[in-house]
Design a protein around this ligand. Structure first.
Ligand SMILES: [Cu+2]
Length: 360
């Protein structure tokens, strides 16, 4: 009996370890919030918002001092993954740990030497052996099935509405918008105002975001649209990670990796390079502004870009609606609000586009 008791405890302990390791494997690692960022946020308060830029909401998209757990998720995949972790994996881990603890306590008390002067010589118990083989298998299956479903959903992107090329550099990010005229955004971390190395650069305000996460040029993507990120690097391996999107993917030189998001909540979301990439690895944050589509079009125009299909997309629409008058098509396409604004922008902007690229 003593042996059986100990064996049960041993097996239960093995179960805990195996399910715990599955849990880590199943939940993609979310970027660890910078400890420095947490330490420096004390002075944060309401500050005048930068013109035309969203003010970040500490509840979303950034680490907050003293908070526990995973950031609020703003994509379907992220919510599914966070729920899987919070409600299924953690519950399972706690239940198994408590079960093991109870078995250990029982074995220690019930089979102690004082109560068993003559030790049991039991060496086999078929029933218990079957149970301790089958139960861990069932637990692993119960973790593997939802885990693989989640992976499958994560890696089967729907058709993209927008593509953004993300390029890691030592030590900043550049972003290209190939669907919108191919302009480039260079994004550097904003230094603190008392930083002796600041020079003439603009320093961070609270409207930009928390220290170590705020950048000079955020990228903007539209809400409720499938955005494909093509991720690569110019030098060493970086990793593009935004915890609130449940996104983390390596940026390898000479290789294109792909990930996607569909964010349903407008806001500002911060991430960081998550692959040790050199001396200033900790200083290349990511800041993404998710905005309604009209605002996205305005941002694209302000960068000298064009909305994809502004003119081409209008033609099939109009021809489909009225195949009679082909000559009237371009005219009919004009009044469409999106087409009108972006066309104008495209005509006016080439100089700005050049200037923006040169300045970057
Ligand atoms: Cu990096």
């Amino acid at each position: 009996m003593k042996r059986i008791g100990l064996a049960i405890a041993l097996v239960a302990a093995t179960m805990t370890m195996s399910s715990a390791s599955m849990a880590t494997a199943a939940a993609p690692q979310v970027a660890a919030p910078a400890a420095e960022a947490a330490a420096n946020t004390t002075a944060d308060a309401a500050a005048p918002a930068a013109p035309a830029a969203m003010t970040p909401d500490p509840e979303y998209g950034m680490p907050v001092p003293g908070s526990l757990g995973i950031q609020h998720q703003v994509t379907d995949v992220g919510r599914e993954a966070a729920n899987f972790h919070n409600y299924w994996l953690l519950t399972l881990c706690v239940a198994i740990s408590l079960f093991v603890l109870a078995l250990l306590a029982y074995a220690i008390v019930r089979f102690r030497r004082g109560a068993n002067p003559k030790p049991s010589r039991t060496s086999h118990n078929t029933m218990i052996e079957v149970v301790w083989t089958l139960v861990p298998v069932l637990i692993l299956v119960a973790i593997a099935v939802p885990s693989i479903q989640l992976l499958q959903r994560q890696y089967s992107p729907p058709p993209a509405d927008l593509t953004v090329k993300v390029i890691g550099n030592q030590w900043y990010w550049t972003y290209e918008y190939p669907d919108n005229g191919g302009f480039e955004v260079v994004s550097n971390m904003l230094k603190e105002c008392d930083d002796p190395t600041l020079g003439n650069a603009r320093c961070r305000t609270d409207a930009d975001g928390p220290p170590m996460l705020a950048v000079d040029e955020r990228i903007v993507i539209p809400a409720n649209k499938v955005v494909k990120f093509i991720v690569t690097s110019n030098d060493v391996i970086h990793a593009f990670a935004v915890p609130a999107f449940w996104t983390k993917i390596d940026a390898n030189p000479g290789r294109l990796n792909e990930t996607w998001v569909k964010v349903d909540r407008p806001g500002v979301y911060f991430g960081q390079c998550s692959e040790l990439c050199g001396a200033r690895h900790g200083y290349m944050p990511i800041a993404i502004e998710v905005v309604p589509e009209a605002q996205f079009a305005a941002w694209i125009a302000s960068k000298g870009g064009t909305m994809p299909g502004a003119t081409p997309a209008a033609v099939p629409d109009s021809t489909g609606a009225s195949p009679v008058s082909e000559a009237a098509v371009p005219a009919a396409a004009q009044p469409q609000p999106a087409a009108g604004t972006t066309d104008n922008a495209a005509v006016e902007q080439p100089a700005t586009n050049q200037a923006a690229t040169a300045q970057n």
